[in-house]
Design a protein around this ligand. Structure first.
Ligand code: HDE
Length: 750
């Protein structure tokens, strides 16, 4: 078929082109071939657009016309043209007055090409600049029907979604694995209008009132003088802010926990943070908090892995998301809600539901599953989709409404405002990724980048010229209703309710809910971050905050900093721990996890073949790591000793003990084995050593067991040896259910 031939032509011509390039092009010199450059392929008919290159669906699953023009532009067709469609003869030489002459101002193609390029970048997001996105589908269980009339939550309804995950502080090119909160924003293209659930992977926020948002972000961003550090909270201004605004202590503790260094976007929880108001068909209201629960469980990197990845694979989370989708290991989350009665005081069990620095423990209000989201498609064009997507917490369908949470109220203003600058005007809802998938019939007109050709003369209402269109909808037509919530007779004030004054009890709740390993990680994170601060007063002030949270935490961090341990200034709260907050002690499916298999030509390749099949069958992704790329017999090699590092694997299996290759750097411990046999390739010993340090399951059989001896880790917990590859795999799989071999971490605190 044609595409196959095109590929063949390119491949066959490639060798010639390289040879041509390498041949010295000296006129008259023997062997020089001044043949004109040819197109590597002959022009052919345009390839049909790929599915995702087409315009977004113009018809919703329910058959409603969306009215979107089928005009998405895909790069297709054989001939290069200008933006005006004129076919071009040459795009590599500017128009000059003679070969050695100056460039002519009349060269429209040159100016068009360079001008467009000059404007390719748009401002990055002021926060959440670094992100990755994917398309998918949400399917409702119908369990929310009693509390909300939102159509997309009716049983069995399927709704297309686009999700963007992000870090908060870093610039667009910063590393994925920094210690930070992650954004988790979902756009549901419902046929009653778009619903954006713009959440984070941490259920509380730094501040209680949106008016402080510029302040907390100024404090977290790099210092204004030298513009360092990038994408970090380990610096003076951040800790200055959070120790002075003690409402930030709860979010800060989550940031110092493993939650702030996720293993993958696929293993993050998501939270709507604020309390929303739900309205059902009968007009009854309830308060609710949204939760995303990952199918793979909540799982984090170790701090050392996160730091290594910053250098070795700064795109780790982005790559992991796209690799998983392409491998068919579609990431999945359940959407759940905690539901509370809509009482006048807007509290539940004494917790103020309007305070975004508070959670409601799942033990008090269970998270009830209402649907499932699966991400199935990577973006076709990152800029068009991931950069240009615009979320807004006020994009709500009938049945979901806002509350008076003062953080949410400020967000309702901010998102539209910032997007006008970032996306160059007010018409960004017409960008394909932002287009609603239902009829749009607004009276918004003109403005920069207007793509619609609006017919009619009367964009106002009522009117008598355009047949009276558009008409407003009522209850029968499912119009959005602003819930007529009673607003108290009140004086205008700049003040918080008294309940917002408790800044410590839930921080202590979080701390007390952690397992010893997680506590240890938190202590180390505070000690590291405060150790990076220069100002003594800031460290002391933060230690004072820790004293009000927990004496052990405070003592351990103070010891690490070499500072005195302050006494608490407030009585310590006595909250019941919430088991749901800990990531340790549960078991999860191992689907979609990465299993490294070390093999070489000497390995039992029959067993490796079997193993790959078994790993795939278990829903995981096998990656064969060998001394060189290409194939081992008929087994494809995905990673080589030169390209593989432990951090991308969730478990490691050893089919062989490869001897050092000439390109392996000598290692301190690359000595001969006890029996005097050849030493193991030091890159493999390093791989095993790191997997061990990072508490990952390790399996070995046959010759592979010699690597363990060489690395000196036989008998350690979480190391499975056996006679057959499949037997070892099943042992390793059992260990992977707990995510890590937690016993390997030292835990000095109980
Ligand atoms: Fe945002 N936030 N935010 N935020 N936020 C933005 O909007 C803002 C807050 C969140 O992938 C901006 O289009 C204010 C909480 C996510 O495109 C901006 C306040 C939560 C994303 C903005 C908050 C979030 C943003 C920057 C305090 C979790 C990325 C670019 C009142 C519930 C969305 C943009 C994406 C992005 C403002 C607090 C989540 C400036 C004023 C709380 C996931 O409008």
């Amino acid at each position: 078929s044609k595409p196959a031939k095109v590929v063949k032509d390119v491949v066959e011509n490639a060798a010639e082109k390289v040879a041509e390039f390498l041949t010295p092009d000296v006129p008259g010199s023997p062997g020089s071939a001044p043949a004109p450059l040819e197109e590597p392929t002959t022009p052919h008919d345009p390839l049909p657009p790929k599915k995702e290159q087409g315009a977004p669906a113009t018809v919703t699953p329910t058959g409603a016309e969306t009215g979107t023009p089928a005009a998405a532009k895909a790069q297709q067709g054989a001939h290069l043209t200008t933006a005006q469609g004129v076919r071009l003869r040459d795009t590599d030489h500017s128009l000059k007055a003679g070969e050695r002459g100056p460039t002519l101002l009349q060269d429209h193609h040159l100016r068009e090409k360079i001008t467009h390029f000059d404007h390719e970048r748009i401002p990055e997001r002021v926060v959440h600049a670094r992100g990755a996105g994917a398309h998918g589908v949400f399917e409702a269980y119908g369990t929310a029907e009693t509390v909300t009339k939102a159509g997309f939550l009716k049983k069995g309804r399927k709704t297309d979604v686009f999700v963007r995950f992000s870090t908060v502080l870093g610039s667009r090119g910063s590393a994925d694995t920094v210690r930070d909160t992650r954004g988790f924003a979902t756009k549901f293209y419902t046929d009653e209008g778009t619903f954006d659930l713009v959440g984070n992977n941490i259920p509380v926020f730094f501040i209680q009132d949106g008016i402080k948002f510029p302040d907390v972000i100024h404090a977290g961003k790099p210092h204004p003088d030298r513009e360092i550090p990038q994408a970090q909270s380990a610096h003076d201004t951040f800790w200055d802010f959070v120790s002075l605004h003690t409402e930030a202590q709860h979010h800060t503790m989550w940031n110092m926990s493993d939650r702030a260094i996720p293993r993958s976007f696929r293993t993050m929880e998501g939270f709507g943070v604020h309390t929303f108001r739900l309205v059902n068909e009968a007009g009854e209201t309830a308060l609710a908090k949204f939760h995303w629960k990952p199918k793979l469980g909540v799982h984090s990197l170790t701090w050392e892995e996160a730091q290594m990845l910053g250098g070795m694979d700064p795109d780790f989370h982005r790559r992991d998301l796209y690799d998983a989708i392409e491998a068919g290991a579609f990431p999945e989350w359940e959407l759940g809600i905690q539901v509370f009665p809509d009482t006048p005081d807007e509290t539940f069990e004494g917790i103020d539901l309007l305070d975004p620095t508070k959670i409601v423990p799942e033990e008090l209000a269970p998270v009830q599953a209402i649907g499932r989201m699966t991400l199935t498609r990577t973006p076709t064009n990152f800029f068009a989709e991931v950069e240009q997507v615009a979320f807004h917490p006020g994009h709500l369908p009938p049945g979901i409404d806002v509350t008076n949470d003062p953080l949410l109220q400020a967000r309702l203003f901010s998102y539209l405002d910032t997007q006008i600058t970032r996306l160059g005007g007010p018409n960004f809802a017409q960008i394909p990724v932002n287009r609603p998938r239902c009829p749009v019939n607004d009276m918004l007109r003109d403005g920069f980048h207007q793509h619609a050709v609006h017919a009619g003369v009367a964009p106002y209402r009522p009117n008598s010229l355009d047949g009276g269109n558009p008409f407003v909808a009522g209850d029968a037509e499912n119009a959005f209703t602003d819930t007529p919530v009673q607003v108290a007779q009140a004086r205008k004030v700049r003040a918080n309710p008294a309940s917002f004054g408790d800044h410590y009890s839930q921080v202590r709740l979080f701390w007390l809910s952690m397992s010893p390993v997680e506590k240890e990680h938190i202590i180390r994170a505070y000690t590291f971050e405060l150790g990076k601060c220069y100002e003594q007063a800031i460290k002391e002030r933060q230690l004072q905050c820790l004293a009000n949270i927990d004496p052990v935490l405070c003592r351990e961090v103070a010891t690490g900093l070499g500072l005195p341990v302050p006494e608490p200034t407030l009585p310590l709260a006595d909250p019941a721990p919430s088991a749901a907050l800990s990531q340790v002690g549960k078991e999860w499916p191992a689907d979609g996890r990465m299993v490294g298999i070390v093999a070489d030509a000497a390995a039992d390749l029959g067993a490796v073949r079997e193993l790959r099949t078994a790993v795939f069958a278990a829903g995981m992704v096998p990656l064969v790591i060998a001394p060189h790329g290409g194939m081992l017999d008929d087994v494809p090699v995905q990673r080589t000793f030169a390209t593989a590092r432990s951090i991308e694997f969730d478990a490691l299996l050893l089919a062989t003990a490869p001897a050092p290759a000439p390109d392996a750097l000598p290692a301190r411990d690359a000595k001969a084995g006890a029996d005097g046999s050849a030493a193991v390739d030091p890159r493999v010993t390093l791989l095993v050593d790191e997997c061990w340090r990072h508490a990952k399951a390790i399996g070995a059989w046959g010759a592979g067991a010699a690597v363990l001896t060489q690395a000196g880790i036989t008998g350690a917990p979480g190391v499975v040896t056996g006679d057959s590859a499949t037997e070892v795999l099943s042992g390793v799989r059992r260990l992977m259910a707990a995510h890590r071999v937690w016993e390997r971490f030292p835990a000095s605190v109980a």
